[in-house]
Design a protein around this ligand. Sequence first.
Ligand code: ZN
Length: 428
Amino acid sequence: MSLWIINGNVWNEETGRTEKKHLRVNEGKIAELVDGSASIDTGSAEVINADGKLVSAGFIDMHVHLRDPGFEHKEDIITGSRSAAKGGFTTIACMPNTRPVIDKPETVKYVLDKAAEAGIVKVLPYAAITKNELGRELTDFAALKEAGAIGFTDDGVGVQNAQMMKNAMALAKSLDIPVIAHCEDDTLVEGAWASEGAFSRKHGLKGIPNESEAIHVGRDVLLAEATGVHYHVCHVSTEQSVRLIRLAKSVGIKVTAEVCPHHLILSDEDIPGLDDANWKMNPPLRTPRDVQAVIEGLEDGTLDMIVTDHAPHSAEEKGRGVDLAPFGIVGFETAFPLLYTKFVETGKWTLGFLLQRMTSDPARVFRLETGNLVQGAPADLTIVDLDNEREVDPATFLSKSNNTPFGGWKLKGWPVVTIVDGKIVWTE
Ligand SMILES: [Zn+2]
């Protein structure tokens, strides 16, 4: 089946502007991109008129929690996929801290089969580094890779034992697959939930120090150097981590890294108080100085991509009080509008800079065949209304959960149509 997306605005990196184009999709691929002034015969094809809208390669999110299997009251593969599609995402990579943990080939297969059955977005599963994410025994990397795992991570917790991490990296290197690390030294965190900073001091809380993250980054880049593995750092939140990754890259260590919208936009000083657990996430919101450092890290290429760390939790769980509530916030349905409004509308970034960090950069780092708006590429596309301004209304989320600190924010840049392999998977 053929589809024309006509009159859309496509970013041109060379000119630094969007240009009007018509785009034809055929058999799931981008068949051609023609100049917007050309007259075209759409024939019997389906037509989407994207006049005045941005047409981008579909967004890619390499760090999400779909909670399935085991925590389907928070989210499942189908609702998570719908939520992703609504946010303009066409490819998402899901973390293995489910129940059971994704540490066996049959669990990888379960995720892939359910995602395929849903037929919404492309779901790429990570598998755990250690069995049950307990840090004691490595999983069967070869069998998990064979089943379809795209990388190894114990996300949710840090791998505490350096020898275990080194063994994991050596094994991953031999299989040509990346190790993805949630960096957190447990001994420096114990019981704290907020970052060490103005907020924790004001409320007399034990704070999480920046070193708790950066100490693992420092350890792991050395292990990556020793083993030669592709090492990817999750949700970088501190100045010290940025500094270490920058240094590691400068000496040729194969390290890449990601940052979340909330760490680019919010600091601990924005947390309104102790009543709302939707400001509780891991890593925590850091100081304004750290926010500035991760922005600079993204701008100079130290950090490679933006991910949401979409982490749904039920209202009941988030309502247990800030000490007992689980860490995490949902991210799919606010990511692009937040970043567009805060960084592109304000003139800090070009639209192209933001789009690359959400499309071609994750594709490059993880060697995905999608992520570029070029002829012959999979027709994974997002159409965005950049002008319409509206408030974030968590009640309208397609996610099963609505744990966000961004409710009521007025934002522009809302996705209106999402297309995966040429099929419309979401439309407003
Ligand atoms: Zn994590």
